[in-house]
Design a protein around this ligand. Sequence first.
Ligand code: PLP
Length: 388
Amino acid sequence: MISVQLSDRVKNLPPYLFAAIDKMKQEAIAKGVDLIDLSIGDPDIPTPKHIVDAMKRAVENPAHHSYPSYEGMLSYREAVAGWYRRRFNVTLDPKNEVLSLIGSKEGIGHIPLAFVDPGDIVLIPSPGYPVYPVGTMFAGGESYFMPLREENDFLPDLKAIPDAVLKKAKLMFINYPNNPTSAIASGDFYREVIQLANRYNIIICHDAAYSEIYYDNDKPKSFLEIEGAKDVGIEFHSLSKTYNMTGWRIGFAAGNKDVIAGLGKIKTNLDSGVFQAIQEASIIALKTDESILSEIRKTYQERRDLLYNGLKNLGLSLSKPKATFYMWVKVPSGFDSSRFVAHLLENAGVLITPGNGFGSSGEGYVRFALTLPAEKIKEAVERIRKIL
Ligand SMILES: *Cc1c(COP(=O)(O)O)cnc(C)c1O
């Protein structure tokens, strides 16, 4: 019998946010609580039928049963380039400026391995997607957290980052529309980022997973739309949130060809690409009729309005999201993030996510997800009303 010893990198992992939540959730369910779960960042709406049908056809084709190409089928990368041109008026060379990913989480988690050596710094937003610091730690890098504060519209204050940190920084993650704050970024912010990247030679990784979940027809920008962006970085994208395809595991990175090539080097040595049938279905997905997408956005917008008005009426402090399916809400006085989540779970059977799970700067906030039907959201607001 051997004694199984975990590596330091595994021992040093922070507790996975959603593991703690899952435990609370299981306990509540075991107690028979009729739970309304607004903690999940996973669409409840199924993948549109034309995409599922395309998958059924593609899976029958033996040509797709072999190992895929590492960088993705050229036809998939061309579909990505076409989508960027139509949506953002950005031109990409499908041959070397686009790379398929097994979901954008995979690319985000792996990219520090390509560019970060032990002792190097990665600039990471806090609160933020937990994969940014974990990928950094696995590569031996150090995370420097950039707080996203309400008074700064949840944009990092780039001028507050010390010069010594910037000199050691190799990579910066940014994410707009933002999970968990739902903030969006302006062209001016991106221009400031590009300037900083050029001055200190920092690779910019913009996570744009939510670019298509927007409201009031106010379309978020791509980082790559901004002049000079392609000189300094890449954008991570995903079909997960846009087309309700979280289970399919497909995404892509687009932008600077040297950064794309570096990430590709890591992937060539670790994985063997995305099942080609999924790529075929994704080519169809990327050409989805606008009417289907606006229907999805309408559903979220209705939920957003219900939850926003409901929580506002209860006296909670929040701003109305312009994008994403999240709502970032200040906890009422007398609570911290975890205690407010526990209070709602124990007394109202409503589960939300504590803001501090996204980093210490998320303390004092909670995140609601709009991933349940309107009736459930209404009922959640009613239940919260009774206990506040
Ligand atoms: C959901 C999400 C992703 C990644 O999703 P994939 O399914 O891996 O493509 C990336 N970044 C953020 C901020 C997300 O919320």
